[in-house]
Ligand binder design. Structure first.
Ligand SMILES: [Zn+2]
Length: 177
């Protein structure tokens, strides 16, 4: 199934929707095509480049805060599959403060880690190892959770996701139904 990245009028990523939904938004002039994918959609009266990224014509404010479900895949997506300790490829998740030492299972206490670092760290604290983090782990924007599990995503999306300040988009959700 084809999907489209939806940006707010401010260019912040809001959500990922099925292609059909994106086309409806564009035809209703609620959104403009920012990046076209391959191909053209044709109907009797009109033709439209397949939208890969669309931007809403009006800013959508999302007043309520929704949390992003914490999962191994979502943590790996947030950290771009890079180990928080050594920078190598990561395929496991580590509690910075081990659960056995009172660490919580929440976004601020989990990072992607390679198996080697995970094994070396075991149930010790960073201070005990002389290790440090180069970033403060936090809940990612909802769009990260939306990308998790998508079989395909357009590489062109990265530039729009890259504009994003993690915290700023934290509030944004798909309120354009
Ligand atoms: Zn590592």
């Amino acid at each position: 199934m084809s999907v489209t990245l939806v940006l707010n009028a401010s260019y912040e990523p809001l959500c990922v929707v099925p292609l059909k939904r994106a086309v409806v938004l564009v035809l209703a002039e609620k959104a403009h095509v920012v990046e076209a994918g391959d191909g053209v959609l044709r109907s009797e009266r009109t033709s439209l480049p397949i939208p890969s990224v669309v931007r809403l014509t009006h800013y959508v404010r999302v007043p309520f805060h929704r949390s992003v479900p914490l999962s191994r895949r979502a943590v790996l997506a947030r950290d771009d599959h890079r180990c928080a300790y050594c920078g190598r490829h990561a395929d496991s998740v580590d509690h910075v403060v081990p659960r056995s030492r009172g660490g919580q299972h929440d976004w601020a206490n989990v990072v992607a880690a390679c198996r080697r670092c995970n094994h070396r760290k075991a149930d010790r604290l960073l201070t005990e190892l002389g290790w440090s983090l180069s970033f403060a782990p936090a809940q990612p924007p909802r769009v990260v959770a939306m990308l998790v599990g998508l079989a395909r995503r357009d590489p062109i999306w990265e530039r729009y996701l890259g504009l994003t300040d993690w915290q700023a988009v934290d509030e944004a959700t798909a309120a354009i139904a």
